[in-house]
Design a protein around this ligand. Structure first.
Ligand SMILES: [Zn+2]
Length: 311
């Protein structure tokens, strides 16, 4: 079991993990400022972009150009620390549109959290373990009544010394805020490792019925949800859906058409069957291939109006 707070505090001098950055807060390094920002955006469910970054200054702003939120950190010469000089806000953007999947949590951030953790707890040695899983904030997830039983799972490369993959499970609360629940390091993505990771989540994080798990359409993930021997991943225990952002991005990568991408998003997030059908017809008119492509994906897996309300 892993509580990130002491790890974060070791690097972050005067900010609590997930806390809004405020004028006067002090950090050991520029990277520590970045990690504190990442931790915050993860909790608040938006993305930021870097306006300026050099050895003296770091300026970031909300990814939404019309939103006034920004943070300006400077390196204080004499003390050799980084200080928050300016904060503007609050957000006026639609955070849900802005960032829906916690994509600010990049592998550098996760690798950093894991590295700090392993450094500080010598009982854990990656190379001696085939799999490592860390549960984060599990107590909160259990006890928070506002937390919907919705989990997003994803995997990323672990760069640097270790060639393993990093798996992550993130939770969404009633305000669509996203925060990490569990990480795992595995040798590769497979039916076996995904099955093991989800079994860990079921055992250590949540045993709620109708747990909604959202993922991309990676075959290894799809296989574990088809495997009827894993009854804890079958309805009514678990409902599996596809990530809308992944689906929209796939369409955009293949057909490179912003209008189509938006139409797919609109169809996926329609709350009435009538509206879904109208948008789906529109997609057919714009591009028959995209329509065919989407018809091959079971609509109860990606369209809100057919997902029985568990998402
Ligand atoms: Zn914003």
């Amino acid at each position: 079991m892993f509580d990130p707070s002491p790890v974060m505090q070791a690097e972050v001098s005067s900010s609590m993990p997930g806390e809004q950055l405020m004028k006067g807060m002090v950090f050991v390094t520029k990277l520590a400022v970045r990690h504190a920002l990442t931790w915050y955006v993860m909790r608040e469910n938006f993305s930021f972009k870097t306006e300026h970054s050099d050895s003296k200054r770091l300026m970031v702003s909300c990814e939404d150009d019309f939103c006034p939120w920004s943070v300006h950190a400077i390196c204080c010469k004499g003390d050799n620390v980084w200080k928050i000089a300016k904060c503007k806000g609050p957000h006026t953007c639609d955070k849900i549109q802005n960032a829906h999947d916690g994509r600010m949590i990049d592998s550098a951030f996760l690798a950093y959290v894991l590295k700090r953790y392993i450094q500080e707890d010598h009982a854990y040695k990656i190379k001696n373990l085939r799999h490592v899983a860390l549960a984060v904030q599990n107590t909160k997830y259990h006890t928070t009544r506002h937390c919907r039983p919705v989990i997003s799972i994803d995997a990323t490369h672990l760069y640097g010394k270790y060639k393993e993959k990093l798996m992550i499970a993130m939770a969404t609360d009633a305000n669509n805020k996203i925060y990490p629940l569990a990480f795992a390091i595995v040798e590769s993505e497979s039916t076996e490792t995904w099955g093991w990771f989800l079994a860990c989540i079921r055992r250590y994080v949540t045993n709620r019925r109708h747990l909604c798990v959202i993922s991309d359409r990676y075959p290894g993930i799809q296989a574990i949800f088809r495997d009827t021997n894993r009854d804890f991943l079958q309805p009514p225990m678990t409902e599996h859906y596809y990530c809308l952002r992944h689906l929209c991005n796939n369409v955009n990568t293949r057909w490179n058409n912003e209008t189509l991408k938006n139409l797919v998003w609109r169809a996926a997030s329609a709350t009435q069957e009538k509206k879904f059908n109208a948008t789906f017809d529109l997609i057919e008119n714009v591009n028959r291939d995209v329509h065919e492509y989407l018809k091959d994906v079971p609509k109860e897996k990606w369209a809100l109006t057919f997902d029985k309300g568990y998402r």
